[in-house]
Design a protein around this ligand. Structure first.
Ligand code: GTP
Ligand code: SPV
Ligand code: MN
Length: 601
């Protein structure tokens, strides 16, 4: 695309930006530099180029207009947590939750990899804005990359191009990201963050969270540092609006680990009876949430992203019809399978695949046809339930924060924290079975505080303290809940139907927020009192429900001990308030008495 760039498109009037691009070019030696304007014409030119060189494969344009398939290198299909580093000047600041390297050493290592790596290739300069272009909560960045696939994805996932560049030139500040796919060699792959410099360097991967630097690298790892400095929160959360039959909407933010149901909850379709009664669900975001206190003391949230990079497998008309409708056109699919008539396919869809995610004839002996972490990239505007409030510069007020994970046992379907401190403990104590979203073993239970284990860009002890700091006079904080859609029975099957039926649980939460449900206080938190969960039209047996809402005291005592051990791993930076809160819950369990600070409905 180097030939078609106009002279006026060649530079930035912001000296800091121009200088950094010049430095990156001097290091990587590209044949050409293209400043992305974010236009449709630019996107189409990139697509044509990628179709010509095989980076993209055209899918059935009758059934899926504007849809393409990208097959990534089979050794480059997920985030790589062991190769992702947070390089604070002081090792301590990265915490035991992050891999660390001395910044000088990290720069030397990365610059040696970047040296001359773009020879013969085009360097793309991508100015982007995370969040509505006119929102005071938004933050900008510039990603430099040699991957046209990254450019195309960033155009869908962010507000990318001329408007973002104009804001950057007005504000004078931006997060820097330098990326090259390099040789796609796992031995020469690093994702490095330099929070003090607001800088990211990523080499050797073209995949999702490793390469689309606006997403996890900027909007979570760097932004969590910006958020701490500036008094806000950058979280791995969906944002969903729940409209009741009276037309009132409550916004809920929920943190579940990767591939644990954020996209699905954000796009939920109400069960039949609820639809008839007039309940509606509005999607504001499916992965990342930036929140800050408003003048009224409530937390206001924006979705910094403009698109979805969603998990394909399991997405169907039964589970998530909104996602399926969204990806019917103008979508980039990565590592899915293909049917005989060239439609995208993954496990959970009807029909049969003929070609697997690696482009081989499908053979069940090779495993699933679509990679378990195969994804779709699509503009959020294509989602039938996309909320107009997602473009609101002020963000949406959050009524409830929800934590959750894949817990086959112990954790009840839903419980409510007594107060903010207890809520922070619930978030910090989160555990979940690992998924295919990152390389490594799948299905292993690990602690994943606030679903931010791979994304908190500084010491978890300091991060917990930052969360606690929002509890101060004048604040009207959301209620905090913990859910578990993944509880299994003795037969190994899920006890709760999940998906659209999760609205029943959200309805109870909202009733609690509005003071309309009494709840039942227990040592671990407030659970729905008998009869409070609306089960009309749901076929679930009483024994399953009992199990889902039971409190196993002995099991919880062991869990609290394990949580204590985990939290002490963050000493001496573990906030004393959190330590005491854990003790309070443990004592309540030991006495099996109702804890003293009981919330009133
Ligand atoms: P990331 O994009 O990786 O951050 O993931 P996510 O949290 O958005 O996960 P997503 O909604 O894509 O869900 C991932 C998997 O969980 C899919 O296979 C879903 O089918 C499954 N899932 C989502 N919600 C539910 C639920 O309520 N119950 C059950 N049993 N499975 C669910
Ligand atoms: C996740 O892994 O949580 C994702 C996908 O949302 S990625 O962009 O690869 O991080
Ligand atoms: Mn995610």
């Amino acid at each position: 695309m180097a030939e078609d760039q106009g002279e006026e498109n060649m530079a930035s009037k912001l000296e800091a930006l121009q200088r950094w691009v010049d430095e990156a070019a001097a290091l990587t030696r590209p044949a050409a530099i293209h400043w992305c304007d974010g236009s449709e014409a630019e996107y189409q030119a990139l697509v044509r180029q990628m179709l010509a060189d095989g980076t993209l494969v055209e899918l059935n344009q009758q059934t899926h207009p504007g849809c393409y398939l990208h097959r990534s290198n089979p050794a480059d299909v997920a985030r790589v947590e062991h190769l992702t580093l947070v390089c604070h000047p002081e090792r301590e600041d990265a915490g035991p939750n992050n891999h660390w390297m001395d910044p000088a050493e990290a720069h030397a290592k990365m610059d040696a990899l970047f040296d001359g790596c773009m020879r013969g290739r085009t360097m793309y300069v991508i100015p982007y804005c995370m969040g509505p272009i006119d929102s005071p909560l938004s933050r900008c960045g510039v990603e430099i990359t040699d991957s046209p696939y990254v450019v195309a994805n960033m155009r869908i996932m962010t507000r990318m191009g001329a408007a973002a560049q104009a804001r950057i030139e007005r504000e004078g500040t931006f997060v820097k990201g330098l990326h090259s796919t390099g040789e796609l060699d796992p031995e020469r792959r690093w994702i490095m963050h330099f929070p003090a410099e607001r800088l990211i360097k990523s080499y050797g991967s073209g995949y999702g969270g490793n390469a689309l630097l606006g997403k996890k690298c900027h909007a979570l790892r760097i932004a969590s540092n910006q958020a701490r400095d500036e008094g806000w929160l950058a979280e791995h959360m969906l944002i969903v609006g729940i409209e009741n039959p009276r037309g009132e909407t409550h916004y809920v933010a929920a943190a579940f680990p990767s591939a644990c149901g954020k996209t699905n909850l954000a796009m939920l379709i109400p069960p039949e009876g609820y639809r008839r009664d007039g309940w509606k669900v509005w999607t504001v975001g499916d992965d990342i949430c930036w929140m800050r206190p408003g003048a009224d003391g409530r937390l206001y949230a924006i979705n910094p992203e403009a698109g979805f990079f969603g998990v394909a497998p399991g997405t169907s008309n039964d589970t998530n019809p909104n996602a399926l409708a969204s990806v019917a056109r103008d979508t980039i699919f990565t590592n899915v399978a293909v049917t005989a008539d060239n439609q995208p396919w993954w496990e959970g869809l009807p029909g049969t695949p003929v070609t697997d995610w690696q482009g081989r004839p499908y053979d069940p002996a090779n495993g699933p046809a679509a990679h378990p972490n195969s994804r779709f990239t699509v503009s959020a505007k294509q989602c039938p339930t996309w909320s107009e409030k997602a473009e609101d510069a002020q963000g949406v007020p959050i009524s409830a924060i929800v934590f959750g994970g894949r817990r086959p046992s112990l954790l009840p379907l839903v419980m409510e924290a007594q107060d903010w401190t207890h809520g922070v403990l619930m978030g910090a104590a989160m555990g979940s079975e690992t998924t295919a979203a990152a390389t490594g073993a799948v299905g292993v239970l690990r602690r994943d505080s606030m679903a931010m284990k791979p994304f908190a860009g500084y010491h978890y002890g300091d991060y917990f303290a930052h969360w606690l700091s929002f509890d101060k006079p004048g604040m009207k904080l959301p209620k905090v809940f913990h859910v578990n859609w993944f509880r299994k029975g003795k037969d190994g099957k899920f006890l709760w139907p999940g998906f659209g039926q999760n609205l029943r649980v959200l309805e109870w939460m909202i009733a609690r927020v509005e003071g309309k449900a009494r709840g039942e206080q227990t040592a671990i938190g407030t659970l729905p009192a008998p009869g409070e969960l609306n089960l009309d039209g749901l076929d679930i047996d009483a024994a399953a429900l009992d199990e889902l809402l039971a409190v196993d005291t002995a099991g919880w005592q062991a869990e609290l001990a394990a949580i204590g051990e985990y939290l002490e791993g963050f000493a001496p930076r573990l906030p004393e308030r959190l330590r005491q809160e854990r003790r309070r819950v443990a004592d309540a369990l030991d006495g099996d008495v109702v804890a003293p600070r009981t919330a009133t409905a």
